[in-house]
Ligand binder design. Structure first.
Ligand SMILES: [Zn+2]
Length: 466
Protein backbone atom coordinates (compact mmCIF):
# COMPACT_ATOMS: atom_id res chain seq x y z
CA UNK A 1 0.00 0.00 0.00
CA UNK A 2 2.75 2.33 0.98
CA UNK A 3 4.83 1.46 -2.11
CA UNK A 4 1.91 2.22 -4.46
CA UNK A 5 1.40 5.53 -2.71
CA UNK A 6 5.13 6.28 -3.17
CA UNK A 7 4.94 5.41 -6.85
CA UNK A 8 2.00 7.76 -7.42
CA UNK A 9 3.88 10.55 -5.63
CA UNK A 10 6.97 9.89 -7.75
CA UNK A 11 4.98 9.84 -11.00
CA UNK A 12 3.24 13.09 -10.14
CA UNK A 13 6.59 14.63 -9.26
CA UNK A 14 8.08 13.48 -12.57
CA UNK A 15 5.13 14.80 -14.51
CA UNK A 16 5.49 18.10 -12.70
CA UNK A 17 9.18 18.24 -13.66
CA UNK A 18 8.67 17.28 -17.29
CA UNK A 19 5.65 19.42 -18.02
CA UNK A 20 7.49 22.73 -18.50
CA UNK A 21 10.21 21.01 -20.54
CA UNK A 22 7.74 19.49 -22.96
CA UNK A 23 5.90 22.78 -23.21
CA UNK A 24 9.16 24.57 -23.96
CA UNK A 25 9.88 22.16 -26.81
CA UNK A 26 6.48 22.57 -28.34
CA UNK A 27 6.63 26.32 -28.31
CA UNK A 28 10.15 26.45 -29.68
CA UNK A 29 9.74 24.17 -32.66
CA UNK A 30 7.75 25.37 -35.59
CA UNK A 31 4.71 23.25 -35.95
CA UNK A 32 4.35 23.83 -39.67
CA UNK A 33 6.20 21.66 -42.10
CA UNK A 34 7.45 22.19 -45.61
CA UNK A 35 8.40 25.42 -47.35
CA UNK A 36 7.05 28.84 -46.56
CA UNK A 37 3.33 28.95 -46.42
CA UNK A 38 1.55 32.20 -45.94
CA UNK A 39 -2.11 32.62 -45.49
CA UNK A 40 -3.43 35.97 -46.53
CA UNK A 41 -6.52 37.55 -45.08
CA UNK A 42 -9.35 37.54 -47.63
CA UNK A 43 -9.44 41.33 -47.89
CA UNK A 44 -5.90 41.51 -49.36
CA UNK A 45 -6.75 38.93 -51.95
CA UNK A 46 -9.10 41.16 -53.89
CA UNK A 47 -6.07 43.03 -55.19
CA UNK A 48 -4.83 39.91 -56.95
CA UNK A 49 -7.41 40.19 -59.69
CA UNK A 50 -6.03 43.60 -60.56
CA UNK A 51 -3.68 44.30 -63.45
CA UNK A 52 0.01 43.61 -63.70
CA UNK A 53 1.27 46.82 -62.10
CA UNK A 54 -0.28 45.79 -58.81
CA UNK A 55 1.82 42.63 -58.63
CA UNK A 56 4.53 43.72 -56.18
CA UNK A 57 1.98 44.72 -53.57
CA UNK A 58 0.46 41.26 -53.71
CA UNK A 59 3.60 39.36 -53.02
CA UNK A 60 3.40 38.39 -49.41
CA UNK A 61 6.46 39.13 -47.29
CA UNK A 62 9.05 36.44 -47.54
CA UNK A 63 9.45 34.46 -44.39
CA UNK A 64 12.51 32.26 -44.24
CA UNK A 65 11.69 28.73 -43.23
CA UNK A 66 13.43 27.96 -39.96
CA UNK A 67 13.43 24.21 -40.40
CA UNK A 68 13.59 21.99 -43.41
CA UNK A 69 11.01 19.21 -43.63
CA UNK A 70 13.58 16.60 -42.61
CA UNK A 71 14.26 18.38 -39.34
CA UNK A 72 10.65 18.94 -38.45
CA UNK A 73 9.58 17.47 -35.18
CA UNK A 74 5.96 16.51 -34.84
CA UNK A 75 3.83 16.78 -31.77
CA UNK A 76 3.50 13.01 -31.55
CA UNK A 77 7.27 12.62 -31.23
CA UNK A 78 7.39 15.19 -28.47
CA UNK A 79 4.65 13.64 -26.44
CA UNK A 80 6.16 10.36 -25.30
CA UNK A 81 4.21 8.28 -22.75
CA UNK A 82 6.34 9.48 -19.83
CA UNK A 83 5.62 13.06 -20.63
CA UNK A 84 1.90 12.76 -20.65
CA UNK A 85 1.49 16.36 -21.61
CA UNK A 86 -0.86 17.28 -24.39
CA UNK A 87 -1.77 20.80 -25.34
CA UNK A 88 -5.23 21.72 -24.25
CA UNK A 89 -6.24 22.16 -27.87
CA UNK A 90 -4.60 20.60 -30.93
CA UNK A 91 -2.11 23.13 -32.35
CA UNK A 92 -3.30 22.68 -35.91
CA UNK A 93 -6.98 22.11 -36.00
CA UNK A 94 -8.22 21.35 -39.50
CA UNK A 95 -10.10 24.46 -40.57
CA UNK A 96 -13.65 23.83 -41.53
CA UNK A 97 -13.32 26.30 -44.38
CA UNK A 98 -10.21 26.38 -46.61
CA UNK A 99 -9.00 29.89 -47.00
CA UNK A 100 -7.20 31.17 -50.03
CA UNK A 101 -3.55 30.38 -49.48
CA UNK A 102 -0.29 31.52 -51.06
CA UNK A 103 2.93 29.54 -51.14
CA UNK A 104 6.21 31.04 -52.23
CA UNK A 105 8.64 28.46 -53.47
CA UNK A 106 12.23 29.47 -54.09
CA UNK A 107 13.62 27.38 -56.93
CA UNK A 108 16.51 25.19 -55.83
CA UNK A 109 19.08 23.40 -58.00
CA UNK A 110 17.52 20.28 -59.49
CA UNK A 111 13.95 21.52 -59.11
CA UNK A 112 11.56 20.90 -61.96
CA UNK A 113 8.00 22.07 -62.18
CA UNK A 114 6.88 18.52 -61.62
CA UNK A 115 8.96 18.02 -58.44
CA UNK A 116 7.82 21.37 -57.08
CA UNK A 117 4.19 20.55 -57.80
CA UNK A 118 4.40 17.12 -56.21
CA UNK A 119 6.08 18.59 -53.12
CA UNK A 120 3.07 20.87 -52.83
CA UNK A 121 0.69 17.96 -53.46
CA UNK A 122 -0.60 19.56 -56.62
CA UNK A 123 -2.13 17.08 -59.03
CA UNK A 124 -0.99 16.40 -62.57
CA UNK A 125 -4.06 18.13 -64.04
CA UNK A 126 -2.73 21.50 -62.96
CA UNK A 127 0.80 20.54 -64.09
CA UNK A 128 -0.39 19.68 -67.60
CA UNK A 129 -2.57 22.77 -67.66
CA UNK A 130 0.56 24.88 -67.14
CA UNK A 131 2.87 22.95 -69.47
CA UNK A 132 0.30 22.88 -72.28
CA UNK A 133 -0.60 26.56 -72.01
CA UNK A 134 1.34 27.57 -75.12
CA UNK A 135 4.73 29.16 -75.57
CA UNK A 136 5.23 30.28 -71.97
CA UNK A 137 4.16 26.90 -70.62
CA UNK A 138 6.59 25.10 -72.90
CA UNK A 139 9.40 27.39 -71.77
CA UNK A 140 8.83 27.22 -68.04
CA UNK A 141 10.98 24.13 -67.39
CA UNK A 142 13.82 25.60 -69.40
CA UNK A 143 13.63 29.06 -67.84
CA UNK A 144 13.33 27.73 -64.28
CA UNK A 145 16.53 28.74 -62.48
CA UNK A 146 17.71 28.42 -58.89
CA UNK A 147 16.93 31.54 -56.89
CA UNK A 148 13.80 32.43 -58.85
CA UNK A 149 10.46 32.43 -57.06
CA UNK A 150 7.27 30.63 -57.87
CA UNK A 151 4.18 32.08 -56.29
CA UNK A 152 1.36 29.58 -55.93
CA UNK A 153 -2.17 30.51 -55.03
CA UNK A 154 -4.57 27.86 -53.77
CA UNK A 155 -8.23 28.45 -54.28
CA UNK A 156 -10.61 29.28 -51.50
CA UNK A 157 -12.92 26.39 -50.66
CA UNK A 158 -11.35 23.54 -52.66
CA UNK A 159 -7.67 24.30 -51.97
CA UNK A 160 -6.74 23.64 -55.60
CA UNK A 161 -3.98 25.55 -57.34
CA UNK A 162 -5.59 28.29 -59.40
CA UNK A 163 -2.75 30.71 -60.00
CA UNK A 164 0.96 30.27 -60.62
CA UNK A 165 3.35 33.20 -61.01
CA UNK A 166 6.87 32.51 -62.23
CA UNK A 167 9.19 35.42 -61.43
CA UNK A 168 11.68 35.07 -64.26
CA UNK A 169 13.73 38.10 -63.19
CA UNK A 170 13.25 41.44 -61.46
CA UNK A 171 11.46 42.81 -64.48
CA UNK A 172 9.57 39.89 -65.99
CA UNK A 173 7.04 37.44 -64.51
CA UNK A 174 4.75 34.96 -66.20
CA UNK A 175 1.33 34.37 -64.73
CA UNK A 176 -0.69 31.18 -65.32
CA UNK A 177 -4.40 31.36 -64.50
CA UNK A 178 -5.42 27.75 -64.03
CA UNK A 179 -9.02 26.74 -64.48
CA UNK A 180 -10.61 23.38 -65.27
CA UNK A 181 -7.51 21.70 -66.67
CA UNK A 182 -6.27 24.58 -68.78
CA UNK A 183 -4.29 27.75 -68.13
CA UNK A 184 -4.22 31.24 -69.57
CA UNK A 185 -0.81 32.92 -69.56
CA UNK A 186 0.01 36.57 -69.08
CA UNK A 187 3.49 38.02 -69.30
CA UNK A 188 3.97 40.81 -66.80
CA UNK A 189 6.78 43.28 -67.37
CA UNK A 190 7.51 45.98 -64.87
CA UNK A 191 8.48 49.38 -66.17
CA UNK A 192 12.11 50.24 -65.72
CA UNK A 193 12.32 53.93 -65.05
CA UNK A 194 15.57 55.56 -66.10
CA UNK A 195 16.72 58.61 -64.22
CA UNK A 196 19.66 60.64 -65.39
CA UNK A 197 22.20 61.25 -62.65
CA UNK A 198 25.62 62.87 -62.52
CA UNK A 199 28.74 62.45 -60.46
CA UNK A 200 32.07 64.20 -60.47
CA UNK A 201 35.22 64.31 -58.42
CA UNK A 202 38.90 65.07 -58.22
CA UNK A 203 41.54 62.38 -57.93
CA UNK A 204 43.24 62.34 -54.56
CA UNK A 205 44.20 58.67 -54.23
CA UNK A 206 42.90 56.46 -57.04
CA UNK A 207 40.18 56.49 -59.65
CA UNK A 208 38.51 53.64 -57.82
CA UNK A 209 38.41 55.22 -54.37
CA UNK A 210 37.60 58.70 -55.61
CA UNK A 211 34.95 57.28 -57.92
CA UNK A 212 33.33 55.48 -55.00
CA UNK A 213 33.51 58.67 -52.95
CA UNK A 214 31.63 60.46 -55.74
CA UNK A 215 28.88 57.83 -55.44
CA UNK A 216 29.70 55.74 -58.48
CA UNK A 217 29.23 51.99 -58.47
CA UNK A 218 32.27 49.81 -59.15
CA UNK A 219 30.77 48.83 -62.48
CA UNK A 220 30.34 52.45 -63.57
CA UNK A 221 33.93 53.26 -62.54
CA UNK A 222 35.27 50.38 -64.62
CA UNK A 223 33.08 51.40 -67.57
CA UNK A 224 34.18 55.00 -67.31
CA UNK A 225 37.86 54.01 -67.27
CA UNK A 226 37.17 51.87 -70.33
CA UNK A 227 35.88 54.91 -72.21
CA UNK A 228 39.23 56.66 -71.89
CA UNK A 229 41.66 53.76 -72.13
CA UNK A 230 42.59 54.66 -75.68
CA UNK A 231 43.80 58.06 -74.49
CA UNK A 232 44.81 57.60 -70.88
CA UNK A 233 46.77 54.80 -69.29
CA UNK A 234 44.99 54.69 -65.92
CA UNK A 235 47.66 52.52 -64.32
CA UNK A 236 50.46 54.88 -65.23
CA UNK A 237 49.32 58.37 -66.10
CA UNK A 238 46.67 59.20 -63.50
CA UNK A 239 47.69 62.08 -61.20
CA UNK A 240 46.34 63.69 -58.03
CA UNK A 241 44.28 66.68 -59.15
CA UNK A 242 42.96 64.88 -62.23
CA UNK A 243 39.22 65.38 -62.61
CA UNK A 244 36.34 63.21 -63.79
CA UNK A 245 32.64 63.72 -64.35
CA UNK A 246 30.03 61.34 -65.63
CA UNK A 247 26.39 61.55 -66.72
CA UNK A 248 24.68 58.19 -66.54
CA UNK A 249 21.35 56.43 -66.22
CA UNK A 250 20.14 54.93 -62.97
CA UNK A 251 17.41 52.31 -63.28
CA UNK A 252 14.45 52.15 -60.94
CA UNK A 253 11.67 49.59 -60.62
CA UNK A 254 8.63 50.60 -58.58
CA UNK A 255 10.59 53.59 -57.33
CA UNK A 256 13.36 51.39 -55.98
CA UNK A 257 16.93 51.62 -57.25
CA UNK A 258 17.66 48.59 -59.35
CA UNK A 259 21.03 49.28 -60.95
CA UNK A 260 23.05 51.63 -63.06
CA UNK A 261 22.46 51.89 -66.75
CA UNK A 262 24.52 53.33 -69.56
CA UNK A 263 26.98 56.17 -69.31
CA UNK A 264 25.66 58.96 -71.53
CA UNK A 265 28.69 61.23 -71.41
CA UNK A 266 31.88 61.58 -69.42
CA UNK A 267 34.89 63.80 -69.07
CA UNK A 268 38.35 63.08 -67.76
CA UNK A 269 40.98 65.75 -67.27
CA UNK A 270 44.42 64.18 -67.10
CA UNK A 271 47.28 66.55 -66.18
CA UNK A 272 45.28 69.48 -67.52
CA UNK A 273 44.26 67.79 -70.77
CA UNK A 274 40.54 67.22 -71.18
CA UNK A 275 39.01 64.16 -72.85
CA UNK A 276 35.26 64.05 -73.38
CA UNK A 277 33.04 61.29 -74.73
CA UNK A 278 29.38 61.15 -75.67
CA UNK A 279 27.30 58.02 -76.19
CA UNK A 280 25.75 57.81 -79.64
CA UNK A 281 23.91 55.10 -81.53
CA UNK A 282 24.82 54.81 -85.17
CA UNK A 283 23.24 52.19 -87.44
CA UNK A 284 22.16 50.22 -84.41
CA UNK A 285 25.64 50.17 -82.86
CA UNK A 286 26.30 52.10 -79.68
CA UNK A 287 29.68 53.72 -79.27
CA UNK A 288 31.31 56.71 -77.63
CA UNK A 289 32.62 59.68 -79.59
CA UNK A 290 34.53 62.82 -78.83
CA UNK A 291 33.12 66.29 -79.47
CA UNK A 292 34.26 66.11 -83.08
CA UNK A 293 32.34 62.90 -83.65
CA UNK A 294 35.44 60.71 -83.76
CA UNK A 295 35.14 57.31 -82.19
CA UNK A 296 36.96 57.00 -78.89
CA UNK A 297 38.43 53.84 -80.34
CA UNK A 298 41.72 54.31 -82.04
CA UNK A 299 43.29 52.21 -84.71
CA UNK A 300 45.87 51.38 -82.03
CA UNK A 301 45.77 51.12 -78.27
CA UNK A 302 48.52 52.83 -76.30
CA UNK A 303 49.95 49.81 -74.54
CA UNK A 304 50.40 46.16 -75.51
CA UNK A 305 50.68 44.95 -71.87
CA UNK A 306 48.39 45.68 -68.97
CA UNK A 307 49.86 45.99 -65.46
CA UNK A 308 53.35 46.75 -66.67
CA UNK A 309 55.76 49.57 -66.02
CA UNK A 310 57.81 51.26 -68.69
CA UNK A 311 61.42 50.34 -68.06
CA UNK A 312 62.93 51.97 -71.11
CA UNK A 313 61.56 54.65 -73.41
CA UNK A 314 62.13 55.36 -77.06
CA UNK A 315 65.45 57.24 -77.37
CA UNK A 316 67.87 58.18 -80.06
CA UNK A 317 70.71 56.79 -77.93
CA UNK A 318 71.01 54.74 -74.78
CA UNK A 319 73.51 52.39 -73.20
CA UNK A 320 72.51 48.85 -74.07
CA UNK A 321 72.89 46.69 -70.95
CA UNK A 322 73.58 43.47 -72.84
CA UNK A 323 75.55 44.74 -75.81
CA UNK A 324 77.41 47.10 -73.41
CA UNK A 325 77.51 49.95 -75.88
CA UNK A 326 75.52 53.05 -76.70
CA UNK A 327 72.85 52.73 -79.31
CA UNK A 328 69.40 54.07 -80.01
CA UNK A 329 66.37 52.33 -78.54
CA UNK A 330 63.76 52.18 -81.23
CA UNK A 331 60.91 51.02 -79.07
CA UNK A 332 59.45 50.99 -75.60
CA UNK A 333 60.24 48.36 -72.98
CA UNK A 334 57.53 47.22 -70.64
CA UNK A 335 58.81 45.38 -67.58
CA UNK A 336 56.36 42.70 -66.53
CA UNK A 337 56.40 39.21 -65.09
CA UNK A 338 57.22 36.33 -67.41
CA UNK A 339 53.94 34.98 -68.76
CA UNK A 340 52.06 38.32 -68.68
CA UNK A 341 49.79 38.37 -71.78
CA UNK A 342 50.88 40.54 -74.68
CA UNK A 343 48.01 42.11 -76.63
CA UNK A 344 47.83 43.15 -80.27
CA UNK A 345 47.55 46.95 -80.25
CA UNK A 346 45.54 46.99 -83.46
CA UNK A 347 43.66 44.78 -85.90
CA UNK A 348 46.08 43.21 -88.31
CA UNK A 349 47.72 40.04 -89.56
CA UNK A 350 50.79 38.10 -88.45
CA UNK A 351 53.66 39.04 -90.77
CA UNK A 352 56.52 37.34 -88.89
CA UNK A 353 56.35 34.87 -86.00
CA UNK A 354 59.74 33.32 -85.26
CA UNK A 355 62.86 33.26 -83.09
CA UNK A 356 65.50 35.85 -83.98
CA UNK A 357 68.94 36.40 -82.50
CA UNK A 358 68.44 39.75 -80.77
CA UNK A 359 64.67 39.85 -80.42
CA UNK A 360 64.28 36.25 -79.30
CA UNK A 361 60.74 35.04 -79.89
CA UNK A 362 59.18 37.89 -81.84
CA UNK A 363 55.93 38.73 -83.61
CA UNK A 364 55.51 41.38 -86.32
CA UNK A 365 51.95 42.45 -87.01
CA UNK A 366 51.00 44.21 -90.25
CA UNK A 367 48.15 46.75 -89.98
CA UNK A 368 47.02 47.85 -93.42
CA UNK A 369 49.81 48.91 -95.73
CA UNK A 370 51.33 51.58 -93.52
CA UNK A 371 51.73 50.26 -90.00
CA UNK A 372 53.78 47.50 -88.40
CA UNK A 373 54.01 46.67 -84.70
CA UNK A 374 56.73 44.47 -83.20
CA UNK A 375 56.58 42.44 -79.96
CA UNK A 376 59.93 40.98 -78.85
CA UNK A 377 61.57 38.80 -76.14
CA UNK A 378 58.39 36.71 -75.73
CA UNK A 379 58.54 33.61 -73.54
CA UNK A 380 56.10 31.93 -75.90
CA UNK A 381 53.63 32.61 -78.68
CA UNK A 382 49.91 32.14 -78.36
CA UNK A 383 49.40 28.48 -79.21
CA UNK A 384 48.27 27.92 -82.78
CA UNK A 385 49.15 31.43 -83.94
CA UNK A 386 50.75 31.25 -87.40
CA UNK A 387 52.02 33.58 -90.08
CA UNK A 388 49.12 35.09 -92.05
CA UNK A 389 46.58 34.72 -89.21
CA UNK A 390 44.32 37.70 -88.56
CA UNK A 391 44.34 39.17 -85.07
CA UNK A 392 42.00 41.64 -83.40
CA UNK A 393 42.92 44.64 -81.30
CA UNK A 394 43.33 43.51 -77.68
CA UNK A 395 43.76 39.85 -78.60
CA UNK A 396 46.48 37.92 -76.75
CA UNK A 397 49.26 37.03 -79.21
CA UNK A 398 51.99 35.90 -76.82
CA UNK A 399 53.49 36.17 -73.36
CA UNK A 400 56.20 38.34 -71.82
CA UNK A 401 59.60 36.69 -71.47
CA UNK A 402 63.31 37.32 -71.79
CA UNK A 403 64.30 35.40 -74.92
CA UNK A 404 67.02 36.93 -77.14
CA UNK A 405 69.18 39.77 -75.83
CA UNK A 406 67.35 40.70 -72.66
CA UNK A 407 68.52 41.19 -69.07
CA UNK A 408 65.15 40.36 -67.54
CA UNK A 409 61.56 39.68 -68.48
CA UNK A 410 60.09 42.56 -70.48
CA UNK A 411 58.28 43.30 -73.70
CA UNK A 412 60.13 45.30 -76.30
CA UNK A 413 57.48 47.01 -78.41
CA UNK A 414 57.99 48.90 -81.66
CA UNK A 415 55.68 50.98 -83.77
CA UNK A 416 56.68 51.54 -87.39
CA UNK A 417 55.10 53.70 -90.05
CA UNK A 418 56.20 52.78 -93.56
CA UNK A 419 59.01 50.82 -91.87
CA UNK A 420 60.27 53.89 -90.03
CA UNK A 421 60.38 53.63 -86.23
CA UNK A 422 58.25 56.15 -84.32
CA UNK A 423 57.77 56.61 -80.58
CA UNK A 424 54.55 54.74 -79.76
CA UNK A 425 54.05 56.84 -76.61
CA UNK A 426 54.06 60.24 -78.25
CA UNK A 427 52.89 59.45 -81.77
CA UNK A 428 49.37 60.72 -82.38
CA UNK A 429 47.32 57.63 -83.08
CA UNK A 430 44.84 57.67 -85.94
CA UNK A 431 41.15 57.72 -84.94
CA UNK A 432 38.86 54.99 -86.21
CA UNK A 433 35.63 55.48 -88.09
CA UNK A 434 34.45 59.08 -87.50
CA UNK A 435 30.81 60.16 -87.83
CA UNK A 436 30.15 61.63 -91.27
CA UNK A 437 27.44 63.21 -93.37
CA UNK A 438 23.83 63.48 -92.20
CA UNK A 439 24.60 61.45 -89.07
CA UNK A 440 26.72 64.39 -87.89
CA UNK A 441 23.68 66.68 -87.42
CA UNK A 442 22.01 63.90 -85.44
CA UNK A 443 25.11 63.43 -83.31
CA UNK A 444 25.38 67.15 -82.56
CA UNK A 445 21.78 67.22 -81.41
CA UNK A 446 22.47 64.42 -78.91
CA UNK A 447 25.88 65.71 -77.86
CA UNK A 448 25.15 69.44 -77.31
CA UNK A 449 23.02 69.18 -74.13
CA UNK A 450 25.31 66.52 -72.64
CA UNK A 451 28.45 68.56 -73.28
CA UNK A 452 26.73 71.57 -71.75
CA UNK A 453 25.93 69.49 -68.68
CA UNK A 454 29.56 68.39 -68.45
CA UNK A 455 30.54 72.08 -68.51
CA UNK A 456 28.13 72.81 -65.66
CA UNK A 457 29.54 69.96 -63.59
CA UNK A 458 33.03 71.26 -64.12
CA UNK A 459 32.25 74.94 -63.41
CA UNK A 460 32.65 74.87 -59.58
CA UNK A 461 35.90 72.92 -59.89
CA UNK A 462 37.34 75.38 -62.40
CA UNK A 463 36.26 78.28 -60.19
CA UNK A 464 38.25 76.68 -57.39
CA UNK A 465 35.27 75.98 -55.18
CA UNK A 466 34.97 72.72 -53.28
ZN1 LIG B 1 63.72 47.32 -75.95
Amino acid sequence: MKSLYNKIILLLFLAFLLAPLAFWQITNFPTKTGPVEITIEPKTITAIEEPAEELPALIPPIIEPTVTPEETITLEELASPEETVTPEEPAQAEPAFIEERWVIHEVKPGDTLSTIFSSQEIGTTALYAVINSGKEGKQIERTLKPGQKLLLRFKEGTGELDLLIHEVNLVKSVQFDINAGSAITTVLEKDVEKRIVTASGTITSSLFLDGQKAGLSDRTIVEMAGLFNFDIDFAREIQPGDYFSVIYEAKYIDGEFFGNGSILAAEFINTGKSFRVVRFERDGAVDYYNEKGQSRKKTFTRTPVNFARISSKFTKSRYHPVLKRWRSHKGVDYAAKTGTPVLATGNGSVKIIQKQRGYGKVIYLQHGKKYTTVYAHLSRFKSGLKKGHKVKQGEVIGYVGSTGLATGPHLHYEFRINDKHVDPLSHKLPAADPIKGDKMAQFKKVAAPLLQQLDQLKAPVIAGQP
